[in-house]
Write a protein that binds this ligand. Sequence first.
Ligand code: SAH
Length: 225
Amino acid sequence: MELQQGIEALGLSASDEQVDAMLTYLEYLDRTNQSFNLTRIPRSDFVRLHLLDSLVALQVIPKGAGLSIIDIGTGAGFPGIPIAALRPDCHVTLLDSTAKKVRFASDTGRSCGLANLSGIHGRAEMLAHTAEHREHYDVVTSRAVAGFPVLIEWMLPLVRVGGVAVALKGSGYEDEMAGTEGLLRDLGGGAPSVHACVLPGSDIERHVIVIPKVRQTSKQLPRVK
Ligand code: SAH
C-alpha cells in the first residue's frame, strides 16, 4: 500500500516532505542492509511493516507539542524514525545497545532531514539509573524488544510521572501481561489500556499497550544484571 494512503487510513496526516523523508530512509536502510544486517523484513514489506506499523503508535501519543520521546531498542530506527518524521515538534531519542544500529538510525535519519533526532548507545536499564535520564521522558516507545514483564521494567523508569509508556505488540500480549500487576505498581505504572488496530492494506492485527506513569518508580528498579 502506498505510504500516503496508509497514513490516512490510520487517521494521521503527513506532508509530501515528511513522506519523502521516510521513503528516503527506507532506501538507505535497504542499501545498508545488504552489507550489515539491520532488518530481516523484506524490502517489499518495508512501508507496511516498518513505517505504518511504527506510525500506529502516533494514534496514542499525546498531541501536545515539545514532547520528549525515547525509543528503546530502536534497532534500525523503528518506531522512532517514523515518529520523528511525523512529529517535528517533538524530540526523539533513539536508544539501542548495539552501537552500529543506533549510529545508522540517527545519522541516516538526520541526513534525511529529521533534525529532531539524537541517538544514544546504551542499555535501557542502565540509562534508567542516571539522573539525566531517569523519569525524564514524556513518552517511551518500544517495538519487538522484550516480553512484557522485562519491557515494563526497562520502559517505565524512564517515563516522567504524568507521561506514558507505549509498547507495540502483535498477538499474544495478554499472556505476557498476566501476573505483572505487582511489578507494574512498583514501577509506578497505572492500569494499562490496549488500543487494537489492523495495519492498512492487510489483515495484520496490532496492539498498542499504553501505560500511564502515575507515581515514581521504586529506587531499586530497574534491576541490572
Ligand atoms: N525496535 C526495532 C528493533 C527490534 S530488535 C524494530 O521493531 O524493528 C530489538 C533491539 O533491541 C535490538 O536492536 C537490540 O540491540 C536492542 N536491545 C536489546 N536489549 C536492549 C536494552 N536492554 N537496551 C537497549 N536496547 C536493547
